[in-house]
Design a protein around this ligand. Structure first.
Ligand SMILES: *Cc1c(COP(=O)(O)O)cnc(C)c1O
Length: 384
């Protein structure tokens, strides 16, 4: 028998139209700083229902620019959850702010809004309220944005939605990215996410001033406005310190092509999730769920091992041995050595830690074949 096929936990889906779009772009006048960027930006803002969209080189860049545009700096405090990728909190550190963590809800795996409300009450007494909160839509399921928004008004902090997992998801009938309950939402187009541009990200907002500032900071803090043009067509001014966080037109062409399949991507993921739910019920596992009013885009399918007989690590290693490249999302951010040096200690957010100890992300992506999914299911049944 041949070696068992390699099944990753996530993978991009690239079809003929994507290839054509990229080749066409390479044969056009523009490989970067051309009109395809705006076309991609419009396709995303129209889809999610935001007033503005700004394409950038990664979601991490989008998070950094979001913090800068919101004027986060030294003396500010950014709050997020431990159950996320390090970029969700690093963006605060980039700006010189301090960061802190709110625990997750064991059911939604997103920020526990009751814990947030309590922490805000305590922070108010200590005069240590956050300036900004990064709400992470874990695995594609939106946080309870309406309640977070209400708390942001009560306590006066800004809200960034980290929707790296969640393009195509909805919250109370609104597309994630509508920014109805936040200042800014960011998306990732890394190949493991819902849709890809190779590397890439997008920042969306309804605030024109924030959008303007992000556009400027995306390209070195440079402007070329009418006053500049009066001096001459060559003239530009660097108004403040910015970065080079642009996306190329080649990536944007791939993004436009992928956007056409976004609904199909999400629909297929939902089918795969339903099949996993049916087939894995009855095993000693906690399976993922969708909260009321939320439709997930299903970036991840996370099982939590609940067995006295077998550990998470044993299940994980068994799957990897069988060439099913499962993964774990996420190691609590503050467990990272860098964060421990900032003073965080184990036990700080027990729900996130307990979840982490049992979690395994199993294969979920658009092109996952029935046979492959059945193999994952059979392997899990055999080991559990
Ligand atoms: C992937 C991811 C990011 C970073 O995205 P990049 O595009 O790789 O920079 C940020 N936050 C979360 C929650 C992610 O999963």
């Amino acid at each position: 028998m041949s070696a068992s096929p390699y099944i990753p936990y996530a993978r991009q889906s690239i079809v003929e139209e994507d290839l054509d779009a990229v080749v066409d772009q390479l044969q056009s006048l523009w490989v970067t700083q051309g009109p395809k960027i705006e076309e991609f930006e419009s396709s995303v803002s129209e889809y999610v229902g935001s007033a503005h969209a700004i394409a950038v080189s990664s979601c991490t860049a989008a998070l950094h620019l979001a913090c800068l545009a919101l004027k986060i700096g030294k003396g500010d405090l950014l709050w997020t959850v431990p159950n996320t990728f390090v970029a969700s909190s690093n963006c605060g550190l980039y700006c010189g702010a301090e960061v802190d963590f709110v625990d997750i809800d064991a059911r939604t795996l997103c920020m526990d809004v009751d814990a947030l409300a309590l922490k805000l009450e305590q922070a108010q007494e200590l005069a240590k309220l956050p300036s900004v909160l990064v709400a992470v839509h874990f695995s594609g399921s939106s946080c309870d944005m309406e309640r977070i928004f209400q708390l942001s008004k009560k306590y006066g902090f800004k809200v960034i939605e980290d929707a790296a997992h969640a393009i195509g998801g909805t919250y109370n009938e609104l597309k994630v990215g509508s920014c109805k309950y936040s200042d800014i939402t960011v998306f990732s187009f890394h190949p493991v996410k819902i849709l890809t541009t190779g590397e890439g990200g997008m920042l969306v907002t309804n605030d024109e001033n924030l959008a303007k500032r992000v556009r400027k900071l995306r390209t070195h803090g440079i402007v070329r406005d009418d006053a500049c043009l009066e001096v001459g067509a060559w003239y530009y001014e660097m108004e403040e310190m910015g970065y080079h966080y642009r996306m190329t037109d080649i990536q944007a062409a791939l993004g436009c092509s992928q956007m056409k399949r976004l609904d199909a991507f999400v629909a297929r993921r939902k089918e795969l999730v339903q099949y996993y739910n049916e087939q894995l019920s009855g095993l000693p596992l906690i399976l993922p769920t969708e909260a009321e009013g939320i439709s997930s885009s299903w970036h991840l399918y996370v099982i939590q091992v609940q067995s006295d007989r077998i550990s998470r690590k044993e299940v994980f290693d068994f799957m990897r041995e069988k060439n099913v490249i499962v993964n774990v999302h996420y190691i609590p951010v503050y467990w990272q050595p860098f964060y421990e040096k900032l003073g965080f200690h184990r036990g700080y957010c027990p729900v996130s830690e307990n979840y982490y100890e049992n979690a395994i992300s199993i294969p979920l992506f658009y092109d996952l074949k029935k046979k492959e999914q059945d193999r994952v299911i059979e392997l899990l049944k055999s080991i559990l």
